[in-house]
Design a protein around this ligand. Structure first.
Ligand code: ATP
Length: 294
């Protein structure tokens, strides 16, 4: 195989709790991860010159070893002594630094592509062992679908598909650093934690109303007071027909769930008129990650 194009899907968090801060500074989390149909397109082409070259549609992204795509591809290239190179083209659509695991899903796609194009024969489990060295969310991005993620994000329990629904994604015109969010999370002051076990149970039972009722992200306690636009978008979507709305990951992206596509479309149109969001999308939950482009 000389050429491969993959769609690398984004994720949202239907629930996000932080359990404790470990002595080494990492935070132990309990998150309900969910793939959505919003994706980056990555095209990989073999070259004879033994180098990895990346071209990105978004010019402010790094294209050297600081890009997770190059890190992921080099990791396998070095381990398996691959002598050929790759020319990689990234068409970026997933909002960047937005809590949607854009970089992690690109890295997962790069691991998948190198494994397939160079016939390395690694199983998903073996890819995940390597993925965690790139980032805590990369193993999940290889697996995709609905999952409970624990530890620092690397302990994954697959769940049945969450009840099907439509998703409006809206990113406000601000940047929020994940590091800043975790540094400013004061767990001792958090009195109400998301009901992750209840969310897991609602998903297992296919209970859409239960899922919507339990949407909760402990990191909103840090971001919302500092960036009111997050709550403005979330509350606007709730007041305009969403069944539920929440910030994803460490933000600032907000997503809203709808059981009716037309209602989702109307809420999206209304939100666009407010000018609160810089990027908006209408998508749906999906169980597939890293899909080959036909
Ligand atoms: P998460 O949900 O895992 O916290 P995120 O959405 O907050 O992820 P990303 O979009 O993955 O954040 O990117 C964060 C930073 O990583 C960017 O500022 C960018 O410079 C760097 N980065 C490296 N590789 C990539 C990539 N392929 N796509 C996007 N960002 C990348």
């Amino acid at each position: 195989m000389d050429k491969l194009t993959l769609k690398a899907m984004a994720k949202i968090n239907l629930g996000l709790d932080v359990v404790r801060r470990r002595p080494d500074g990492y935070h132990e989390v309990r998150m309900i991860m969910q793939t959505v149909g919003l994706y980056d397109r990555l095209t990989f082409e073999k070259t004879k010159d033994d180098t990895l070259r990346l071209e990105s549609s978004m010019k402010r992204l790094p294209t050297d070893g600081n890009n997770l795509i190059i890190r992921a591809a080099s990791l396998l290239k070095e381990e398996f002594g691959i002598r050929e190179g790759l020319s990689i083209r990234l068409d970026k659509r997933i909002p960047v630094a937005a809590g949607m695991a854009g970089g992690s899903t690109d890295a997962a796609a790069a691991l998948t592509a190198v494994n397939r194009m160079f016939d390395l024969g690694l199983t998903e489990e073996q890819l995940k062992e390597r993925a965690v060295k790139i980032g805590a969310d990369v193993p999940y991005c290889l697996q995709g679908g609905t999952a409970l993620s624990e530890g620092i994000g690397e302990i994954l329990t697959a769940l049945p598909p969450a009840p099907a629904c439509h998703v409006v994604v809206a990113k406000p015109p601000i940047h929020v650093s994940t590091k800043w969010v975790y540094q400013n999370l004061h767990l001792e002051q958090v009195t109400e934690h998301p009901d992750i076990d209840g969310m897991t149970e609602s998903i297992r039972q296919g209970d859409y109303a239960g899922v919507v009722r339990r949407l909760s992200n402990v990191l909103e306690s840090v971001t919302v007071p500092r960036y009111p636009v997050i709550a403005q978008i979330r509350d606007f979507l709730r007041e305009n027909g969403a069944d539920g709305a929440l910030m994803s990951g460490s933000g600032p992206t907000v997503f809203a769930l709808f059981d009716d596509r037309q209602r989702a479309r109307q809420a999206l149109d209304a939100l666009q008129k407010t000018g609160l969001a810089a990027q908006t999308f209408l998508t749906a939950l999906t169980e597939r990650t890293c899909v080959e482009q036909d």
